[in-house]
Design a protein around this ligand. Sequence first.
Ligand code: AMP
Length: 457
Amino acid sequence: MPFSSFGLNDRLNRAIELLNYQQPTPVQEQAIPAIFSGQDLRVTAQTGSGKTAAFLLPILHELVENPTNHHEIRALILSPTRELAKQILDNLKQLGKFTQLKFAMVTGGDSLNKQIAELRRMPDVLVATPGRLMEHIALGQPLAEVDFVVFDEADRMLDMGFAEDVSNIYQACCLQEGHRPQSLLFSATTGGPALKTMVNKVLHQPLQLVINAVQQMSENIRQQIITVDHDQHKEQVLLSLLQQEEYGRALVFTNTRVTAERLYGLLQQQELKAYILHGDKEPAERKNAMRNFKQGQSRVMVATDLAARGLDLDGLDLVINFDMPRRGDEYLHRVGRTGRAGEQGLAISLIDHNSWNLMCSIERYLKQHFERRNLKDLKAKYQGPKKQKASGKAAGKKKKDSGKGKTLAKGKASSTATKPAQKPKTASRGVSAEQLTDEQRSGMVGMKRKPKIGPEL
Ligand code: AMP
């Protein structure tokens, strides 16, 4: 199917040609006609699928073909992070290059006054993160003329605590009586109850498109695990990989900022130039790190999950999970940074005895078996649990009934008795897929993740 079959405005077709997009991706093929039909839309599609152009092209077409005399924002695109917002803005500028439309971006961390000045220039399309946009709304920024509102990476916005802001922003777009914007919601996962609530609030009888469910991992990505004995060994393995593996650019993921900083220090000690990206970094530092990494000034970036979603990094061919992510969908988002647009990628996870079961849960979630690998000079003594269950997880010793119940009855609480009741784990406790909540199915494989602290991490 060629792009010409959408009947897009010629100015857009010229931009598509310039970008050398040969033919629409599956999400574009389905979403573009659906958006033209005027319906609200809920799309489940992974980042890297071409979903940004899938919503930008029909919106730009409508704005070019139906100009208005009103000078207010006509399309609003909400993004969870400033990095993703910047990427959307870049794509917007590319696709809208031959139009007269004006674009702006408002995200946290940048100067509010500069943004106010930019908003006075009456952009047609605004890309924003929810927290900062709420500040502009509080200062009187109208959104009542918005005809299109896009919630990009909606599941991520919820993770980051934006549910209320998103709902308030949508309300601000519906202030004119009888006016409701066309709402388009994109998420990489099918999401849990919170996403359902959000969908009910901001979408009206939406058409649902599930393009590539999140479990579908690109076939171009090789996935390996390397077992490690302890933290120091893990660091040696990391250094060895970064020094000896063949790669263009590598992204090393940690679960915490503290570990990210520790590794960054370690790489510097070894004169391995790297960048670091996490939520404690100032926006300017994050911007610089992304720009320099994209421009290839250094080949290694250490990052927390902040970098995992949505970012499109050409030529990233190695992802290392220094820490195993705690959820299957986070694993996918991290690993999905590589193997994009048909390129080959390699994902290596470093596994110690504490993360073995988690790794098995993720394998089960993805329905894949990761390749086991050892480094010649750094082979771990630990090669997985000696006794394994059919799932591959460690087979635990059976607890004997030692009659502790009597002690408890006397009020002497044991450590197990004082623990809060644990939620049943998903696959590990023999729960069938049907018994899982949506959230569990979408990747909460080991533990329930705490909400992130503060927005836009
Ligand atoms: P996205 O999923 O929107 O982050 O897009 C991922 C990458 O695919 C971006 O670099 C886009 O420029 C690129 N892209 C989008 N649509 C197409 C297409 N039809 N053909 C080739 N590349 C595309």
